[in-house]
Design a protein around this ligand. Sequence first.
Ligand code: GLU
Length: 303
Amino acid sequence: MQKKNRVVGAFAGLALAALALTACNSGTPGADPGASGGATDAANPWTVATDVTLTGSPTFDRIKSAGVVKVGVKEDQPGLGYLDPVTNTRSGFDVDVARWIAASLGFDADKITFQPIASANREQAIVNGDIDYYVGTYSITDKRKQQISFAGPYFITGQGLLVAANNDKITGKDSLTADETVCSATGSTSIQRIKEQTPAKTKEYDTYSACVEDLKNGQVDAVTTDEAILIGYAAQAPDQLKVVGEPFSEERYGVGIAKGDAAFQTFINTMFTDGGSTWQAIFDKNLGASGVKATQPKVDAAE
Ligand code: GLU
């Protein structure tokens, strides 16, 4: 308990530090001006590439002719994909991965159009060509791979449970009974697994933040999804919410792309593999002090 509060406090501190850094926009010691133009710093630890060659990718051809990159994201998941309603700025590990990909394709952040897309609508948005790629806690699954392809994985987490801070009854997945209602997002691996593996009643929304509101109001007993997401919500309301139990799945996050665009997939996978310290810098900036534990996974060309 003591430890969780400390972790959560550190998360808040990190957010403040990140804000301060943005406000000063000071260069960091050792910042690399970058051979291909642009400058890296702690806020944007990547360089905008110039003279990018990527042949045989319908997605890249579309991006080039449009002159903008359309990226699907989440915007209600603090630490991962978040739109600050006050400052209207986007932040989070996934958002920065999306910016890193755009920069590697030769497009600066001001050339990205972000589009919030709920869990249930991701495959269709990619199939329709509404977005060029999707970065938002998107687990690689065989079912999804029937419609789209994935680059990555770039992150691994596991499903967990978020409950009221004063709830002593729910201690993990196996403590759930038919008396409890658990909330999750439609179309997610999380809702599917909780239905399959527990007797709990379920409630679904488009977003996890709607579930969190219900949890705060006592309308549901728990919210379930990936721990990396839940830790971000707990950090925003540490007096009201806590993450309990051990993770009970392995969620391997991929970048959702058009099915069969092998050139685009290889490009992103190569970026992840050859990215040096960029992945770590993005992790440290967004999740480093949150209590989320992760190291960069090896990409899997078979995805
Ligand atoms: N990673 C899980 C999934 O892709 C849950 C989180 C989400 O819905 O984005 O289904």
